[in-house]
Ligand binder design. Sequence first.
Ligand code: PEP
Length: 251
Amino acid sequence: MRRKMVAGNWKMNGTRTSVAELISSLKREELPSGVDVAVFPSSLHIAQVVGELEGSAISVGAQDCAEECGFGAFTGEESSAQLLDAGCTWVLVGHSERRLLLGEGDEVVSRKFSAAQASGLRPILCVGETFDERQAGRTLEVVSRQISCVLDVVGVAAFEFAVVAYEPVWAIGSGLSATPGQAQRVHAAIRGVVARRDPAIAEGLRILYGGSVKAENAAELFSQVDVDGGLIGGASLNANDFSAICRAAGN
Ligand code: PEP
């Protein structure tokens, strides 16, 4: 049985004051013990969030990492080793905002996944098709390519401690979530791609759905057999909404 996970991607939001308020509200919320809950603040706030969550079951992740895993002359970058040292457990790689706005391709994403893995950070590999790709009937082809490219570089064994997030680009921040059936079809296909390399790793792999998840649609999405929780953007900035989504994953 795969343990459900709910991850909150705070993106480029928050000040020290608002982050402190969000954390103290989250700590007052009832979170289900059977669900792994993680938050992904901006890197500026990681140390603060790690400190303020000390003793809580909520883990902390980064929104990105460098392709280089150690230390060195890479101005402006943060390596997975540094993020681990700062108290992170997780790191997002390949979020569509980075793929599309910052031009990160599958090769860069694969190197970031590999760097994270080498440092002991657990990667959450984000994949998903654009609206045009879905309209052209290319969803499974695109998502399979995104996953296979990383598998070719890091090998299937590296997926034992990783998580995949299926995030259709058209659903992110749009208010228009995939239907539970649409999500299930893609999640099953992703599991199939991994299963062709190692059925046992595929069976244990958690695949989160992301894209306009809210307290109102979370339970139905999470009830699909291959949907193992969610990656939450907008709704993770509100402790009430985020904890309701976590409780939906616990039911
Ligand atoms: C995201 O950006 O990862 C995301 C899922 O955003 P939202 O929940 O706001 O659609």
